[in-house]
Structures are given as structure tokens and as C-alpha cells.
Design a protein around this ligand. Structure first.
Ligand SMILES: *[C@@H]1O[C@H](CO)[C@@H](O)[C@H](O)[C@H]1NC(C)=O
Ligand SMILES: *[C@@H]1O[C@H](CO)[C@@H](O)[C@H](O)[C@H]1NC(C)=O
Ligand SMILES: *[C@@H]1O[C@H](CO)[C@@H](O)[C@H](O)[C@H]1NC(C)=O
Ligand SMILES: *[C@@H]1O[C@H](CO)[C@@H](O)[C@H](O)[C@H]1NC(C)=O
Length: 282
């Protein structure tokens, strides 16, 4: 009993394996990763029939079929209405379907299904995802927090992208060298109207311990690059100038006003001045 079950399982595996490997090879779908609203887009479906007769090529978006090619029927193409999909029949062929004037609702998973005719009826399916993007505008915004510019202190900041769907990728560069963000958040766009695909604002934070090389000739250059696939890039730059340490008082036993002046210099100076104050007050 157990043996038969196992045999049956092996036979089934065999059939699946044979069906899979005999013919109709190398089905591949080439769908652009991202395009802009209004574009005309070619979706490619390549396959190798290995001598089998072609029965159909069908294109789906999600679960809905929108285009069918049937070489043995007339007309040999059929188009099914689907919102956001306008097939350009004159430019479509067994290996490509052209969509005119794509919209954000055209975003989604596209599937090509190729079937061969009798006697084997092989079928193979491949998919690809395409984003249709409303061209964003705006530049990333940089906010810097600084405790102090002294070695050992931390320089940190946030970069916020303009809102977009899908969200922007942000990259920080410090002195033209890429640095990894210490945290990345995706916040809802407060101005977005209710929609299925909510645009998000990306906020990337960096933190950098200041060392002897952070400031070059008294300056540090911070850049934040926002990119949306190969469609849109925008960069913002901030150059910070090192605050030169004020000349130290010549004597530790300065007057009170000297000590007060130190307090504004930096946190370390502040700590020092507290110690100094303690000394003076005693
Ligand atoms: C940066 O983001 C962090 C984490 O949300 C937040 O606490 C901080 O206030 C932000 N800083 C700026 C300058 O926006
Ligand atoms: C940045 O992050 C990547 C991927 O997580 C990692 O491979 C790389 O080492 C990191 N670079 C630095 C400078 O930390
Ligand atoms: C939201 O709209 C206001 C007014 O138009 C604008 O000033 C603000 O920058 C917008 N915020 C975002 C995150 O786009
Ligand atoms: C963001 O970066 C990742 C990793 O490089 C990439 O796969 C993805 O397509 C990018 N997304 C956008 C919107 O540019």
C-alpha cells in the first residue's frame, strides 16, 4: 500500500518533470521596472517552441486577461477591456504587446501565458512587475543636528524625500563618500488624498562621530540623493563650516564673564566651564 503510494508519487513527479522539460522552453517576460504616466510601453514575451505548434499567447494583468493571440483563428488577436490598459494592436505581435498611455492604475504584475497545441498542450507562464509613476517634483530636504563640532561628538541629520509612490530611495554622502543611513522611515504624505496606493515620504537619518578627518580645510560636505528607479533623481547639499575653537583664557582663574563666554562655545566647553565655575565658587 505504502509502496504503491510512493510509486504513484514518483510517477506523478515523472509526468510533471517530462511535461516541464520536453518542449516549450525558455519562456521569459521583459517588462520595464518603472515608466511614467502617459508612456507607451512594450511588454515582451519570448519563448522557444522547439517545433511544437503554438496555440495561444495570453497576457494578464493580475488575474485579468487583456490580450490573446491565436494564430489559427481570424482575427488572430483578441483584446479584453481592462481599466488602465489600452492595447496598441497595430504594434503588437506574438512576442510583444504594446500599451498606450499607461496610468498609475496600470501598475501591477503582468503575466504571459504560452500554450502549445495538440497533442502535447504545454503551458508555461512568466511574470514581471511594472510601476507606472506620476513624475514627482521637489528636492530632498536636509536637517542637521549638531551638539558640537569637536572630535568625539556626533554629527547627525535627517533627509526627507518628496512624497512618492513607490517611495524614494535616499542615499547620504559625506565628503563625497557614500554612508549608510542609521535608520530609514517611511511616513505617510499628510497632503495625500485617499487613494489605494499611498505616497510615502522617506526619512533617512545618518549619525557620524566626528574625527580628525571629518572636516577638511574647516568644511564638511553633506549630500542627500533621492532616486526613484532610473526615472527621477534629485540632490541636496549642505556644507558645514567648522566652528573654530575660541582662544582659551590665558589663566584658569579667569573672571566670571570669561567663564560665561565659554558656555556658549560647545558642550565640552560647557562641561569644562561648570568645573571651572565650581573651582571659582569654592
Ligand atoms: C530626525 O528623525 C528622528 C527620528 O524620527 C527624530 O527624532 C528627529 O527629531 C529628526 N530630526 C530632525 C532634525 O528632523
Ligand atoms: C552599508 O550597508 C551595506 C549593506 O547592508 C553593507 O554591506 C556595507 O558594509 C555597509 N557599509 C558601511 C560603510 O557600513
Ligand atoms: C503639503 O501642502 C502644503 C501646502 O501646499 C505644503 O506647504 C507642504 O510642503 C506640503 N507637504 C508635503 C509633505 O508635501
Ligand atoms: C531602491 O533601491 C533598491 C536596492 O538598490 C532597488 O532594488 C529599488 O528598485 C530602488 N527603488 C527605487 C524606487 O528606486
Amino acid at each position: 500500500m505504502e509502496i504503491f503510494r510512493t510509486l504513484g508519487f514518483i510517477l506523478l513527479l515523472d509526468i510533471v518533470f517530462i511535461n516541464d522539460s520536453k518542449a516549450l522552453k525558455d519562456v521569459s517576460v521583459i517588462v520595464p521596472q518603472a515608466v511614467v504616466v502617459g508612456d507607451s510601453v512594450s511588454l515582451h514575451c519570448r519563448f522557444n517552441l522547439e517545433g511544437e505548434p503554438l496555440y495561444t499567447v495570453k497576457w494578464y494583468k493580475g488575474q485579468s486577461e487583456f490580450y490573446r493571440y491565436l494564430p489559427k483563428e481570424l482575427p488572430n488577436t483578441q483584446v479584453f477591456p481592462l481599466s488602465g490598459i489600452a492595447v496598441d494592436l497595430s504594434n503588437s505581435s506574438p512576442n510583444q504587446v504594446v500599451l498606450r498611455d499607461v496610468q498609475t492604475i496600470s501598475t501591477g504584475r503582468y503575466r504571459c501565458e504560452v500554450s502549445t497545441d495538440a497533442p502535447n498542450f504545454f503551458t508555461n507562464i512568466e511574470t514581471g512587475y511594472m510601476y507606472v509613476i506620476k513624475m514627482p517634483s521637489g528636492t530632498p530636504q536636509i536637517k542637521i543636528e549638531k551638539d558640537s563640532y569637536e572630535v568625539g561628538y556626533t554629527l547627525s541629520g535627517n533627509c526627507s524625500s518628496p512624497p512618492a509612490y513607490p517611495h524614494f530611495n535616499l542615499t547620504w554622502f559625506i565628503n563625497d563618500k557614500m554612508v549608510n543611513a542609521t535608520s530609514v522611515m517611511y511616513l505617510p504624505d499628510p497632503n495625500a488624498s485617499e487613494s489605494q496606493r499611498m505616497p510615502k515620504i522617506t526619512v533617512a537619518r545618518f549619525e557620524l562621530e566626528i574625527d580628525a578627518n571629518t572636516f577638511y580645510e574647516g568644511k564638511v560636505r553633506l549630500q542627500c540623493l533621492a532616486s526613484l528607479f532610473n526615472i527621477y533623481q534629485s540632490q541636496t547639499e549642505v556644507i558645514l563650516e567648522e566652528e573654530r575653537p575660541k582662544p582659551r583664557p590665558s589663566s584658569v582663574l579667569g573672571t566670571r564673564s570669561n567663564v560665561a563666554g565659554l558656555v556658549t562655545n560647545s558642550r565640552r566647553a560647557c562641561l569644562m566651564s561648570i568645573v571651572l565655575l565650581g573651582l571659582i565658587l569654592r
